[in-house]
Ligand binder design. Structure first.
Ligand code: HEM
Ligand code: HEM
Length: 168
């Protein structure tokens, strides 16, 4: 693990943050194909040919989230991340840290449970996947609200730092 906190996110950490966010957005917007194929498979029916490419895309992009999340967690452990800043109240700091921790957990739990449902045909894992993606959605909304409050109300540099794609 990294010994001392660093001052800012590295370029790679910033790219990983936004790549994972973009992939998750696509997963939420284009899940219909996967849902149709999954439902047909569960009922022992043929899925419509047009749904398969979207289902495969869901699998590939979801596994990409898992790979990037693993890289990101490794970087967090080896390089470190800046401490949560600009939040004076300990309760708000704790809320930000807890939200980050839970989002981290879910960017592993959601793709792993999806993969278990898909590759091992486990309906229970499918349930974990669906509940997990809902919790992830609400936490990300809270996270975005927090980032906007930090930027516009508390006037901190945190969002600007996360958007500074060219820093070292
Ligand atoms: C972070 C990555 C992922 C996100 C955000 C995500 C998101 C979603 C969403 C929004 C649905 C629709 C659920 C519904 O409302 O019924 C879904 C369904 C599903 N996903 Fe994913 N997914 C991810 C990764 C994966 C992976 C890697 C796989 C397989 C290898 C996978 C397999 C499935 C399956 C089988 C379903 C149908 C489950 C059901 O409806 O019970 N997902 N996913
Ligand atoms: C699915 C979408 C997103 C996910 C999964 C996500 C996840 C995370 C995680 C886990 C962290 C903690 C960083 C770390 O400790 O390694 C973080 C930090 C951050 N995120 Fe996001 N994020 C998402 C979307 C967004 C969006 C849309 C914004 C802007 C509105 C944003 C702004 C930030 C900022 C400013 C930080 C730095 C917070 C700090 O250091 O206090 N994120 N994000």
């Amino acid at each position: 693990m990294a010994d001392s906190p660093v001052a800012s996110y590295s370029k790679t950490q910033i790219w990983l943050h936004w790549s994972i966010a973009a992939l998750i957005l696509v997963q939420f917007l284009a899940h219909d194909g996967m849902e149709h194929v999954w439902r047909s498979l569960r009922r022992g029916q043929e899925a419509a040919a047009g749904d398969w490419p979207l289902a495969y895309m869901h699998v590939v992009l979801g596994l990409a989230v898992l790979a990037l999340a693993t890289w990101r967690l490794w970087l967090r452990g080896t390089r470190g991340v800046p401490p949560v800043s600009g939040l004076e109240h300990p309760a708000l700091r704790l809320l930000a840290q807890t939200t980050h921790f839970a989002i981290y957990a879910l960017i592993f739990v959601v793709p792993i449970s999806g993969a278990a449902a898909w590759f091992l045909q486990l309906p229970g894992a499918g349930l974990v996947h669906v509940v997990g993606k809902n919790v992830l959605l609400y936490l990300v909304l809270l996270h975005i609200a927090g980032a906007l409050v930090q930027h516009f109300v508390l006037k901190t540099d945190v969002l600007r730092q996360m958007l500074a794609f060219r820093q070292a």
